[in-house]
Design a protein around this ligand. Structure first.
Ligand code: NAD
Ligand code: UD1
Length: 338
């Protein structure tokens, strides 16, 4: 079985490529390299001893997709390709709507033409917006607070409508919580450009001395220690969730949405202290103002994925912290080719 990974050179895509190859799938990646580089997939090949061909091209471009589907017999697609920076999406909404929605729609069109019905889509817990009751179940009300989030929400809507109209389609929508960490080899990992927005990459760069100290955004939330709580999930657990989703899509018709999270909530300070303990390091930090748009708490009810996909996250916070630092310390400049 051959799986096309759009955005396959990116953070989650490269870890999923590794997982799929190890499970015996063939993998083809399509990526425009707007936020990644080919080195990630080269290292996946090095780790697995298997080929993962990369086509450099844009998922919004019909001719490019036509080329991929004509060149390879694709049995299923995992659609990672998308722009993902929340702040940037507020500044450049048109770019986000155009890239993320055009990519989803063009992919659906070309897949149909080539008789490829199974699609796994990268959605996000951000579609739960500010819904306050935790844990979040897939049937909780949704709604977003920024253009990035709306591109995920609208893509989910589009895919749901297409699946309802066409019973041969098989779509799985995955709502990721907070992916962190890296493959245990330390050869692939998250390589953010510029100053990281997300907590774990920021902590890693403070640990390496690249950044001076962490700003903890608020300690007056109604949480156990006042700092924001999130459901951090190891990227390899997430990658294994995609394997389960591909198997599900291959054997079910219709559309189904799943949370991919651990169901555990850790505060910013929990994560900082776990990182310090796991790696024998000190992370200098100071408490600052809340970050606009942040919610106090966000964690998944992961039962549906356990029941229907047979998948649960296995790696704990210590492992996430150890693997994140292992990647950072071995690759202080990331893939070093951007
Ligand atoms: P990433 O930026 O590392 O990977 C996305 C990849 O898509 C990049 O390699 C980029 O070059 C590529 N890309 C973007 N637009 C493209 C286009 N039009 N055509 C071809 N390639 C294109 O991000 P990631 O963290 O691996 O995230 C993967 C997916 O998961 C994204 O859709 C993201 O929105 C979603 N997601 C990520 C997180 C997270 O915290 N990382 C959380 C929830 C959802
Ligand atoms: C952010 C995005 C979300 C996206 C997710 C991807 C926002 C508002 N939300 O979520 O849409 O799906 O990334 O993983 O950007 N923190 C600090 N200091 C920092 C960075 C973060 O204290 O330098 C805190 C935050 O306030 C939050 C927690 O750490 O409580 C996690 O932050 P982050 O990693 O950015 O993820 P989210 O805010 O959950």
């Amino acid at each position: 079985m051959r799986v096309l990974l759009t955005g396959g050179a990116g953070y989650i895509g490269s870890h999923t490529a590794l997982c799929l190859l190890e499970a015996g799938y063939d993998v083809v990646a399509l990526d425009n390299l707007s936020n990644s580089c080919p080195e990630a997939l080269r290292r996946v090949e090095e780790l697995t001893g298997k080929k993962a061909p990369l086509i450099v091209g844009d998922c919004t471009d019909e001719a490019t997709l036509e080329n991929v589907f004509s060149q390879y017999k694709i049995d299923a697609v995992i659609h990672f390709a998308g722009l993902k920076a929340v702040g940037e999406s507020v500044a450049k909404p048109l770019e986000y709507y155009q890239n993320n929605l055009d990519a989803t729609m063009m992919l659906c069109r070309v897949m149909k033409k080539h008789g490829c019905e199974a699609l796994v889509f990268s959605s996000s817990a951000t579609v739960y917006g500010t819904y306050p009751e935790m844990p979040l179940r897939e049937d909780c009300p949704t709604g977003c607070t920024n253009p990035y989030g709306w591109t995920k929400w609208i893509s989910e809507r589009i895919l749901t409508d297409i699946a309802h109209a066409d019973p041969t389609r098989s779509f799985v929508l995955l709502r990721y919580f907070n992916p962190i960490g890296a493959h245990e080899s330390g050869r692939i990992g998250e390589d953010p450009s510029g100053i990281p927005n997300n907590l774990m990459p920021y902590v890693c760069q403070v640990a390496s001395g690249k950044l001076k100290q962490l700003s903890v955004f608020g300690d007056d939330y109604p949480t156990k220690d006042g700092t924001g709580e999130r459901d951090y999930i190891h990227v390899m657990d997430l990658a294994e969730g995609h394997l389960a989703a591909i198997r599900y899509a291959a054997s079910h018709k219709g559309v189904e949405v799943f949370n991919l999270g651990t169901g555990e909530a850790y505060s910013v300070l929990n994560l900082v202290h776990a990182f310090e303990k796991a790696n024998g390091l000190t992370i200098p930090y100071r408490i600052t103002e809340r970050r606009p748009g942040d919610i106090p708490v966000c964690y998944a009810d992961p039962k549906k994925a356990a029941e229907k996909l047979g998948w649960t996250a296995k790696r704990d916070l210590t492992t996430m912290c150890r693997d994140a630092w292992n990647w950072q310390k071995n690759n202080p400049l990331g893939y070093n080719v951007k």
